[in-house]
Design a protein around this ligand. Structure first.
Ligand SMILES: Nc1ncnc2c1ncn2[C@@H]1O[C@H](COP(=O)(O)OP(=O)(O)OP(=O)(O)O)[C@@H](O)[C@H]1O
Ligand code: SF4
Ligand SMILES: [Mg+2]
Length: 347
């Protein structure tokens, strides 16, 4: 087995790329801690590399607190990063606000989990969408052009006929309709990338599929590169072309969604899948009986962060961080696990 390299820069269909992305949130010391030397920090994201491609959905899957939203916020340049690089169409970017941020956010838009919180309750759909169109210079020059752009946005998210929705307030819409307005607002920028942070997890189960299908349709028609963040690995199989699995701030496995979800290589992904309901798969007892807690990110375990929960942990797992190894079943399928190192496993 060979070590899997970070995604290649300059690959034509790669739109947005993270390379070695790291975010540590410093902790403010209290009492005696203030007197101790060194800054303690939450190691929220460590050495994360991933690539978002044109017309493809990449899922970022992991349990609560694994660092998914932090990755999205770093990619949206809403936080400064501790280290690592973000490349947009192969060009290294670092944006700290002002005009540069506006230019970046025109190309990279984010959709949040709670559409009710992300829309202002005192403003109508028209206000939200017109503002987005104007900020990003897509409102046209006449009232007629602006009205046409508004109608076009609402039609794109299947809120038709547009005149039924354009003057509604957020509370007059259903959760699914509100999320469609939030998506339309993001499309007002005419972006290349959508970062969707759990876009359906607060919606009624019955309408989730409709919103996911809408995102898939937009990916195909507008060739958007989409990051789809979710707890639900079963929905990644259905909706995403590629899937990356995060555990305690690190990416532990990645590859095409079918392979990662049907033939998971990393022991953590196996645990995640064993504990996720999937009607296509017989129930399997999870390997650690479903027990175990994610580790502290203030003082994470040395070596592989999954080692305290892993039934296969070896000495090397406690000593050295596993790099990405090719699993060898499908091109691009990798696992950051010593089991896939030929020397360690003796394969
Ligand atoms: N602004 C912040 N300051 C300090 N710690 C933070 C901050 N934001 C996130 N964290 C911590 O970083 C870790 C990762 O958080 P993050 O929100 O990225 O996880 P997540 O995978 O999105 O979780 P969830 O599925 O619950 O949304 C958590 O331990 C969290 O407490
Ligand atoms: S590196 Fe070791 S501890 Fe980590 S998942 Fe693989 S076998 Fe388990
Ligand atoms: Mg989150």
């Amino acid at each position: 087995m060979t070590e899997h390299s970070a995604p290649a820069s300059g690959t034509t269909d790669v739109v947005l790329e993270a390379d070695g992305l790291t975010k540590h949130f410093p902790l403010r010391g209290r009492g005696r801690e203030l007197l101790t030397r060194g800054t303690r920090a939450v190691h929220a994201v460590d050495d994360v590399s991933l690539a978002l491609r044109e017309g493809r959905v990449t899922a970022l899957v992991g349990e609560s607190g694994s660092g998914k939203s932090t990755v999205a916020r770093l990619l949206a340049q809403l936080y400064p990063r501790t280290s690592g690089e973000i490349r947009l169409r192969g060009e290294a970017t670092s944006v700290k606000g002002g005009r540069a941020f506006r230019g970046y956010s025109k190309r990279v838009q984010m959709i949040f989990q709670d559409p009710f919180a992300s829309l202002n309750p005192v403003h109508t759909v028209r206000y939200h969408l017109t503002r987005a169109l104007k900020i990003h210079g897509n409102a046209g020059t006449t009232a007629r052009e602006q009205e046409a752009a508004l109608a076009d946005l609402l039609t794109r998210v299947q809120l038709t006929p547009p005149e039924r929705y354009v003057d509604k307030f957020p509370h007059e819409l259903s959760g699914g309709q509100r999320q469609r307005v939030a998506i339309a607002r993001a499309l007002g920028a005419d972006p290349e990338v959508l970062l969707a942070d759990e876009p359906v997890s607060m919606l009624d189960v019955s309408i989730r599929l409709g919103v996911l299908n809408l995102l898939r349709d937009l990916k195909e028609r507008l060739h958007l590169a989409i990051l789809y963040i979710t707890h639900d690995i079963a929905s990644a199989r259905y909706f995403a072309d590629e899937t990356c699995v995060m555990y305690a701030g690190r990416v532990v496995e990645g590859g095409d969604s079918e392979t990662v979800t049907q033939n998971p290589a990393h022991p953590y992904t196996q645990l995640l899948i064993d504990s996720a309901p999937d009607p296509d798969r017989p129930a399997v007892e999870s390997k650690d009986g479903g027990s175990g807690e994610p580790p502290s990110l203030i003082d994470p375990p040395s070596g592989c962060r999954f080692n305290p929960r892993c039934p296969f942990a070896m000495d090397v797992c406690r000593e050295k961080v596993p790099p990405r190894f090719d699993v060898g079943d499908q091109p691009g399928h990798f696992a950051a696990c010593w089991l896939f190192d030929a020397e360690v496993s003796g394969r």
